[in-house]
Structures are given as structure tokens and as C-alpha cells.
Design a protein around this ligand. Structure first.
Ligand code: UDP
Ligand code: LCN
Length: 794
């Protein structure tokens, strides 16, 4: 690779020289891929002999992610394919090419940001050192399908070694208990051979019974043979389970293993952690830090409880699954239920929200909301209190711990290690990719965002998890040319703090893509007339098209125009003000459609969040500057789910569209909500929506950095709809189909339940426990995270 590149540079010496000069001439120390490519294109267009299309030099420019200009060197990070990186530097005058290690590349960056570095050899975090003996995937297309890989890889290893693996499987079956009651097999069975005999004898006994004979009728007979409840609710199901196990003992295959494990009653209780934010079932959405994560968890809990019930019932067990969602108790709850220690979750039989307050270092309860960027010092004490509360509630430890977001995942890490429970992480959003150079210039952002704490917590939690669920592929590994959210933790540096040469491995089989859905009870097609809630239409009519709104700004002068709708928290990243400004600057779009915005507060004094206050001010400024009051309706309201569900459909009735203009959106629940309601959706191409929407088919991608182009895409759509009345319906229909096929909670729950069983199994039978990694992470936590977090508490 390097040799052919050197040869190519020699062949195209003049071109290479001019290209490097151009890079240097940009006058920036760090240049990103798109700018490097623009420079290349410009030179190729004017140069008489540019290198041919597939030459190594052109390929390099195609694959390069970032240039670090440290005269006379131009250092490059190159990503030839998803998840794979190499580094080099080229001498701009001599055109000498030299490979760099990742550490050397990062050192160049550090030097430019912090010329008087504290250390020449800073602390390096390198998780790669612990992974040598651990199975890792090779192909980019396998990323996010860790379960399949692990099953294939480990089942062949496990069952190869003369019966050792089967014996472990046998021991695993003996582990299962619920409330002290033995399940699956009892101690009459001593080893795999006695288990085999018991299966044969049981099959023989059951043959005389019809398949619908309930478990209770055969329980005694089977117990004598060593079999306990958990095999199935009736003889048909018991026989199926026995045959699956018998097949597995005879000739193990990953498929049989997965099908068999999916039946084992392993998960009766679950702890879900979501510490920050206002977590409740009403009046919380749109409050600072409270958005999709809350919606996701509540829908997830309902779907999981249903699935846990279904599986337990099929296995003949009359056990109530327990799901606890643990969040922060906030005494100053602003009219929400967040000051209540306990809240039953509607739509479930037994699930509840438990709230435990944060305590300061003197042990006093912290009464006010604290931004997610500031909560780091409280988490360890919080984990202690949560452990006590959960054990009291469940009478023991849960069977699975699920963390959410950086804080929840850190608490999950602490609790899983202490209680020896399988740990699942869900990121929702990793802040690192949201803010350009959030790592390199961490010091500049430290006052406001404390990324040093957050990224350290992320590194610890993502390497401690037994498995990680992501909503999309791009969340892990990006696309051919864009880096993934997890991938951005692969190598980075926080100058003068520490350097990460291997932060996470996106080829690690712990990653699994399990996409969320939109609550099908609430978000459904505008065409589903029978389920529509017409009783709300008068209220919606008034809300959108009525006179001045007490919590709004703008009165739509021409209510007959279609509506461009957007709804989000009023974060800077959500870029709602960006959309308003594109609209404001496009006279054609203003002519074609109205804009309805639901976000934040119109009265800035009601907000306690810095970013939100700033956005509110900006929004008013745009209204004033562009005279938007007759064309934009801005509502600072928080809609409950039922109302927002009908609102999407109400706008679809009027042939409107939905726009999600974020600078970056990790997944984007509003995108699937709008699509499944039938609203043609225009969403950012940075993040999850890139994968959710197929551009031009089931919606449109827009580039938030090119607002004029985004406005033109919207314009073109409205124009085409005017010419072809079927166009709106085609996109609307395809959007609905897309969500129904891929983003449903039922599919999610099935997958999640299978994953937790299988990762739990592998954790038990192999050394996947990764004890060395854990100790390394504990040290990183104690020596790096703790002092950083403590600084925040003053
Ligand atoms: N939402 C809402 N009312 C609001 C603002 C948001 O119901 O005033 C809901 C919205 O329907 C979606 C969620 O909050 O379910 C936002 O999730 P998304 O993934 O789009 O963004 P996040 O806020 O998590 O970044
Ligand atoms: C957080 C986000 O920023 C969104 O993109 C996701 O949709 C949401 O969490 C749910 O995972």
C-alpha cells in the first residue's frame, strides 16, 4: 500500500506537490475530508495531468478522513474501509512518505493544540492490549451482528473440546431458579449422560399424552426423572424443548443453541437505569435533557414486559416479570411527578419507575435539576443508593441491568460488576460526534460541557458492557465515508489529559443493532380512519391556525397552505432555528407553505437551560428580522403523546411534511413517528435518519450545513406535488411501509430477550467475563474518572 503510494507520488510529483501546498495553503491545522476533497477536485480540474482515477494517490484522497498540517509535514488519517484506519505523514517539500502509529498521529495533533504539552508521553488508554485472545469479526458487514458471530464462533469452540462444553451447558441448566424454586433440572441429574437418559425417558413417557396436556399433569412424572418446570406450558412445548436440547447434545449448531437458549427462563427481573433528566410519564417531554430516551424506555418497558410474559407463559411458568426503571428523584420537580419515589408505568402489569435522589458529598439530597453535563460527581454515590433500593425492592439482584446514555451506562457498569449481573448498554446519543473537535479542544468546552468526564465514562462503560444495543449500523461504524459514533472512540486525544490509541473496537461482537419503534397504539397512519381521534381536531385546529396562542408566537395568515412541521427539544444541535432561518430566507418556500414549530418556550425566562435560553433568543430575533409572524407559528408547548400522534396525522390530512433539521441526530424518534403517520419526512443526513430514510423513496435527506439547498429540496417537493397529485401519496406510503417493516417494538423486544439470554449464557460458560479488562477499567475509573468528576463538585 505504502510502496505503491510512494511510487504514485513520484510519478505524479508535480501534482502531489501542488496538492500538499494547497492543503497547507488553507491555513488551518486540521482539515476534514470534505475540504480536502474540494481542494483535490479544484486542482484536478485545472491541472493538465491529474493522476488517473484509481491510482493510489486518488484512492488516498478518497479515503482520507483528516489532515493535520504540521509544516513541513502533512499527516493523514486514512479510513480505507469502515472501521479500519491507518496513519501516515508526507513531507510537503521532499514528498517523502512515512507511516505513523496512531499514537504518533495523535501526538501531532496534541502538539498543535497544546505546544507546551505537559508530558511528551501522556497516559495512553489501549483496550486493544486486552483483546488479543478474544474473538473479533473481520468484515464490515458483520458489524452490529455480534450475536450471530459469537454463536457461530463459540459454539464450535465450546463443543469441540471433548465434552467439556457440554458439561458446562449441563451446569448452566442447573443454575436456574426463581424465588428459591429450582427450574429446568434438579440434582437427580449428575452429568450430561444422566441428562441424555432423562430426555429419552421423558420423551417416552410423554408420547402417550396429547400435546395440549398441561405441564401440571405431567409435572410429577417428569420431576422423578430430574426435570423441573421451565420446559414448556404443555406436553407439545416440553417435547419441542427436549428435542432441541437432545439435538444440541448430539450435534451442536449455533441455530439450535439460539433456539434452545431463547426458551430458557433466565430473565425474570430487569433494572433499567436512566439517571439524568426529568423521567416521568407526563409533562416532561421537551424539558431540558428529557426527550427520546424517556419515550424509548417507556415503550421498551411495555414491549419487554409483554415479551417476558409471553416467554414465561410458554415455558409454563406463572411468574410476574419485574421491570424497574431507576431514575433520579428531583425534589424541585416543576409540576412533574419527578419528586415521587415510585410511579407505576401505565400499560404494564408490574413495571415501575423508582426514583432515588442524588446526594452531595455531605450526604445531603440535591433538590434541583442538574444538566446532564454536570451530574458526574453524583453517580458513584447514586449507584450505592440504587443498589440498596433495588435489592430491597426485588429481594435480591436483577437478572439483567440495562444502562442508558453515558451516565446510566456508567452506573450500570458499577452495579453489574458488584452484583455480577449481565450488563447491556444503550447510548441513545454519544455526545462526541455531535460537537466538532469536542475531544481535541476539550479544555475550551470544559466549563460548559465537561466532556472530559463524559468521554472517560463512555470509555469505561462501553468496554465493560456484556453487550451493546444500537439503533442503527451507522451508530457503531458510520458509512463508507463517515465515521460512526462508537468508531469515533477508536482513537482520539484529550491533550494534556490522556490519549486513546484503542478506545473501542467496532468489530467487537458485543455490538448488536436492535432498532426501536414508534408506539403503534399512538403513532399510526392518517388513513386509519377508525382509530383516528377526531375529538381532538378542534383543539388542533385552534392550536395551529387559531389566533394568538398564550404560549406561542405567530398567527398563520393563510391557513390553507400546507404545513411544514417540526418538533424537538430546543437544543442547538436540533437546529430548529436553522430551519426557521432557511425558511425565512426562501421567499418561494414562504409563498408555498407555512411553518409550524413546537419547541422550547416562547418566554425565555421559563427556561433554566443555557443552550435553550440562547436558542429562544435567536428564534425571536429571526421572527423580528424576517417578519415571520404571519407565516410561522411557534408553540412553546409540550404535547402529550396522544395529542402529538393525532397532530402528525392532522398535518398529513392537509398534505403537509415533517422536517428534522438537526446538525446531528443519533437516531431520531420523531422521524419514524412522522413517517409512520404518513407525513413525507425530510431529515438530516447526519446520523440515524440517513439509514432510516431512503432518499427520494421513503423521504428525503437534507444537509443542515447547506440550508439553501435544503430549502430547495422542500420547494422542489411542493412543486412536484402541485404537478403530480400522486407524488405526496407515494412518498407518504413508502415512509409508512419503511417504518412498519423495520422499526417496531415487538421485533425489538424479541431480539432483546434473545440477546440477554445468549450473552448471559456465554458469560457463564466462557471467560467472556474479561476479568483483566475489568480490572484495567476499574483503575482508569479510580485514577482518571474520579478526580475529574470530583473537580466538578468544587
Ligand atoms: N416529544 C414530544 N413533545 C415535545 C417534544 C418531543 O412528544 O414537545 C417527543 C417526540 O414525539 C419524540 C421524542 O420526544 O418521541 C423526541 O425523541 P427524538 O429521538 O426525536 O429526539 P431526542 O429528544 O431524544 O434527542
Ligand atoms: C437520543 C437521541 O438524541 C435521539 O436521536 C434518539 O432517537 C433517542 O435518544 C432515543 O434513542
Amino acid at each position: 500500500m505504502l510502496e505503491s503510494l510512494c511510487n504514485d507520488i513520484t510519478t505524479h510529483r508535480e501534482f502531489s506537490y501542488l496538492l500538499l501546498r494547497r492543503f497547507q495553503g488553507m491555513g488551518r491545522a486540521f482539515v476534514l475530508r470534505s475540504d480536502l476533497q474540494d481542494e483535490y477536485q479544484a486542482l484536478a480540474a485545472e491541472h493538465p495531468e491529474p493522476p488517473p482515477e484509481h491510482s493510489p494517490l486518488v484512492q488516498l484522497v478518497e479515503d482520507v478522513q483528516e489532515a493535520v498540517i504540521a509544516a513541513p509535514w502533512v499527516c493523514l488519517s486514512v479510513r480505507p474501509r469502515v472501521g479500519r484506519w491507518w496513519y501516515l505523514r508526507i513531507h510537503a517539500d521532499e514528498l517523502a512518505v512515512e507511516p505513523l502509529t496512531v499514537g504518533e498521529f495523535l501526538a501531532f495533533k496534541e502538539h498543535l493544540v497544546s505546544p507546551r504539552r505537559l508530558h511528551d508521553k501522556p497516559l495512553e488508554f489501549d483496550i486493544g492490549a486486552f483483546q488479543r485472545n478474544f474473538p473479533s469479526m473481520r468484515e464490515s458487514r458483520s458489524i452490529g451482528r455480534g450475536l450471530e458471530f459469537l454463536n457461530r464462533k463459540l459454539s464450535s469452540q465450546l463443543f469441540d473440546r471433548d465434552g467439556v462444553g457440554l458439561h458446562k451447558l449441563f451446569l448452566f441448566l442447573r443454575e436456574h431458579r426463581s424465588n428459591g424454586r429450582q427450574l429446568m433440572i434438579n440434582d437427580r441429574l449428575r452429568d450430561v449422560d444422566t441428562l441424555r437418559s432423562a430426555i429419552r425417558a421423558a420423551e417416552k413417557r410423554l408420547r402417550t399424552h396429547s400435546h395440549d396436556t398441561p405441564w401440571a399433569d405431567v409435572a410429577h412424572a417428569l420431576q422423578d426423572l430430574g426435570l423441573e418446570p421451565g420446559w414448556g406450558k404443555d406436553v407439545g412445548r416440553v417435547l419441542e424443548s427436549l428435542r432441541l436440547l437432545s439435538d444440541l447434545l448430539e450435534a451442536p449448531s449455533p441455530e439450535t443453541l439460539e433456539r434452545f437458549l431463547a426458551r430458557i427462563p433466565m430473565i425474570f427481573s430487569m433494572l433499567i437505569l436512566s439517571p439524568h433528566g426529568f423521567f416521568g410519564q407526563a409533562n416532561v417531554l421537551g424539558l431540558p435533557d428529557t426527550g427520546g430516551q424517556v419515550v424509548y424506555i417507556l415503550d421498551q418497558v411495555r414491549a419487554l414486559e409483554r415479551e417476558m410474559h409471553r416467554r414465561l407463559e410458554e415455558q409454563g411458568l406463572d411468574i410476574q416479570p419485574r421491570i424497574l426503571v431507576m431514575t433520579r428523584l428531583i425534589p424541585e420537580a416543576r409540576g412533574t411527578t419527578c419528586d415521587q419515589p415510585e410511579e407505576a408505568i401505565s400499560g404494564t402489569q408490574n413495571a415501575k419507575i423508582l426514583r432515588v435522589p442524588f446526594r452531595n458529598r455531605d450526604g445531603e439530597v440535591v433538590s434541583q435539576w442538574i444538566s446532564r453535563f454536570e451530574i458526574w460527581p453524583y453517580l458513584e454515590r447514586y449507584a450505592d443508593d440504587v443498589e440498596t433500593r433495588v435489592k430491597a425492592e426485588l429481594g435480591g439482584r436483577p437478572d439483567l441491568i440495562v444502562g442508558n446514555y453515558s451516565d446510566g451506562n456508567l452506573v450500570a457498569t458499577l452495579l453489574s460488576a458488584r452484583m455480577q449481573v449481565t450488563q447491556c448498554n444503550i447510548a441513545h446519543a454519544l455526545e462526541k460526534t455531535k460537537y466538532l473537535y469536542s475531544d481535541l479542544y476539550w479544555k475550551d468546552n470544559e466549563d460548559q460541557y465537561h466532556f472530559s468526564c463524559q468521554f472517560t465514562a463512555d470509555l469505561i462503560a462501553m468496554n465493560a458492557a456484556d453487550f451493546i444495543i444500537t439503533s442503527t449500523y451507522q451508530e457503531i461504524a458510520g458509512t463508507d465515508h463517515a465515521i460512526g459514533q462508537y468508531e469515533s472512540y477508536d482513537a482520539f486525544t484529550l491533550p494534556d489529559l490522556y490519549r486513546v490509541v484503542k478506545g473501542v473496537d467496532v468489530f467487537d461482537p458485543r455490538f448488536n443493532i436492535v432498532s426501536p419503534g414508534a408506539d403503534a397504539e399512538v403513532y399510526f397512519s392518517y388513513q386509519d380512519t377508525e382509530r383516528r381521534i377526531r375529538g381532538l381536531h378542534e383543539e388542533l385546529e385552534e392550536m395551529l391556525f387559531g389566533g394568538p396562542h398564550p404560549e406561542g408566537r405567530g398567527v398563520l395568515a393563510d391557513p390553507d397552505k400546507p404545513v411544514i412541521f417540526t418538533m424537538a427539544r430546543l437544543d442547538r444541535i436540533k437546529n430548529i432555528t436553522g430551519l426557521v432561518s432557511w425558511y425565512a430566507n426562501s421567499p418561494e418556500l414562504r409563498e408555498q407553505a407555512n411553518l409550524v414549530v413546537i419547541a422550547g418556550y416562547v418566554d425565555g425566562s421559563r427556561s433554566s437551560d443555557r443552550e435553550e435560553q440562547e436558542q429562544i433568543g435567536h428564534m425571536h430575533h429571526l421572527f423580528d428580522e424576517h417578519g415571520l409572524d404571519g407565516q410561522v407559528r411557534w408553540l412553546g408547548v409540550r404535547l402529550d403523546k396522544v395529542l402529538s400522534g393525532e397532530l402528525y396525522r392532522f398535518i398529513a390530512d392537509r398534505k403537509g411534511v415533517f422536517v428534522q433539521p438537526a446538525l446531528f441526530e443519533a437516531f431520531g424518534l420523531t422521524v419514524i413517528e412522522a413517517m409512520v403517520s404518513g407525513l413525507p419526512t425530510f431529515a438530516t443526513l447526519y446520523g440515524g435518519p440517513l439509514e432510516i430514510i431512503e432518499h427520494g423513496r421513503s423521504g428525503y435527506h437534507i444537509d443542515p450545513n447547506h440550508g439553501d439547498e435544503a430549502a430547495r429540496t422542500l420547494m422542489a417537493f411542493f412543486q412536484r406535488c402541485a404537478e403530480d397529485p400522486n407524488h405526496w401519496a407515494r412518498i407518504s406510503e413508502a415512509g409508512m411501509r419503511r417504518v412498519e417493516a423495520r422499526y417496531t417494538w415487538q421485533r425489538y423486544a424479541e431480539r432483546m430477550m434473545t440477546l440477554s439470554r445468549i450473552y448471559g449464557f456465554w458469560k457463564y460458560v466462557t471467560n467472556l467475563e474479561r476479568a483483566e479488562t475489568r480490572r484495567y477499567l476499574e483503575m482508569f475509573h479510580a485514577l482518571q474518572y474520579r478526580p475529574l468528576a470530583a473537580r466538578l463538585e468544587g
